[in-house]
Design a protein around this ligand. Structure first.
Ligand SMILES: *[C@@H]1O[C@H](CO)[C@@H](O)[C@H](O)[C@H]1NC(C)=O
Ligand SMILES: *[C@@H]1O[C@H](CO)[C@@H](O)[C@H](O)[C@H]1NC(C)=O
Ligand SMILES: *[C@@H]1O[C@H](CO)[C@@H](O)[C@H](O)[C@H]1NC(C)=O
Length: 288
């Protein structure tokens, strides 16, 4: 299951237009075959694996991960502060966020307050700043809703219901797969409600659903038609032959793979497999 922002591609896509108008190199290619296991120029390496033990008290769970990532977290937070201070140069806003916000907002629900205190203590980033980045509390941050579904939902139906109904902080696509035949859907959300639920329909031979970064009823930006490319490759394979390797083939085919692709994650619910690979898309390749 993935929660994805429905916004970010727009800005980059507009910028791409100017850059590619005069050229027409091979931005697309025939559906790739036998790209798995990952290797070659589109593979930048593995992602480190951390085991988060939820049986530990919340304050202890993230110790190793946050200790390793503290320097990068501090860099991210400092650049966010720079952006804010560039708009309001007095530094007053960050001062309020640093000092007053924790009290103003009250506690985050469930395990989050304690977990964030630990993150704050390990990194030295003030708790108020962490809370400010994660957002206000009357609606769920996307990370919180996915976390609570992954941690506590015990069936496809329950997960689907929560993702459809819970109020959230920002629009999102939820891509959900179950472990039984026919269990799979893409939920298009705005903050308050679901705009669309697109289901597998095996009787109609719809054995896959594709979500790139567009509402299903809207056409993709013409230089970013990953949707048609992915469907074309899926149509060239069969339901019986779909597997992590054949999914990796599709996700390695330009322009499904493009310069904005940071990583590729493959999951198999029934087998409990979860693999993530850092990606690259050497020239000629669309997206940046
Ligand atoms: C999951 O449920 C347990 C037991 O009710 C609760 O303690 C925990 O906070 C829940 N996790 C999340 C992320 O909400
Ligand atoms: C599917 O998931 C449910 C809920 O976790 C589990 O009870 C069931 O055994 C699983 N079925 C298969 C076929 O893996
Ligand atoms: C893929 O196959 C479906 C079902 O036959 C068809 O409706 C769709 O147009 C095809 N898409 C592409 C991009 O080939």
């Amino acid at each position: 299951m993935l929660g994805r922002s429905r916004l970010p591609f727009v800005f980059l896509a507009v910028a791409v237009t100017c850059a590619v108008a005069q050229h027409a190199p091979p931005w697309t290619e025939d559906c790739r075959k036998s790209t798995y296991p990952p290797s070659g120029p589109t593979y930048r390496g593995p992602v480190p694996w951390y085991t988060i033990n939820l049986d530990l008290p919340p304050y202890k769970r993230w110790q190793q991960l946050i200790t390793d990532k503290a320097p990068s977290l501090r860099i991210i937070v400092n650049s966010l502060k720079d952006v804010v201070n560039a708009f309001v140069p007095s530094g007053k806003i960050m001062q309020i966020v640093d000092q007053k916000l924790p009290g103003l907002l009250g506690n985050f629900p469930g395990p989050y307050e304690e977990e964030m205190k630990a993150i704050s203590d390990i990194t030295g980033i003030p708790l108020g700043v962490i809370e400010w980045i994660l957002g206000k509390k009357d609606a769920m941050w996307i990370g919180f809703i996915t976390r609570s579904v992954l941690e506590n939902s015990t069936s496809y139906e329950e997960a689907r219901n929560i993702l459809i109904k819970t109020k959230i902080l920002a629009p999102a696509y939820f891509i959900l797969g179950g472990n039984k035949s026919g269990e799979g859907c893409v939920i298009t959300r705005d903050r308050k409600k679901s705009l669309d639920i697109y289901e597998l329909d095996l009787e109609q031979s719809r054995w896959y659903v594709v979500e790139t970064n567009y509402d299903r009823w809207k056409n993709p930006f013409f230089l970013d038609d990953r949707r048609t490319a992915a469907k074309m490759c899926l149509n060239q394979t069969t339901q019986e032959s779909i597997s992590l390797p054949t999914m990796y083939d599709i996700l390695s085919t330009k322009p499904v793979l493009n310069k904005l692709t940071v990583f590729t994650t493959l999951m198999d619910v029934a087998k409990g497999q979860f693999e993530t690979y850092l990606r690259d898309c050497p020239d000629p390749c669309i997206g940046w």
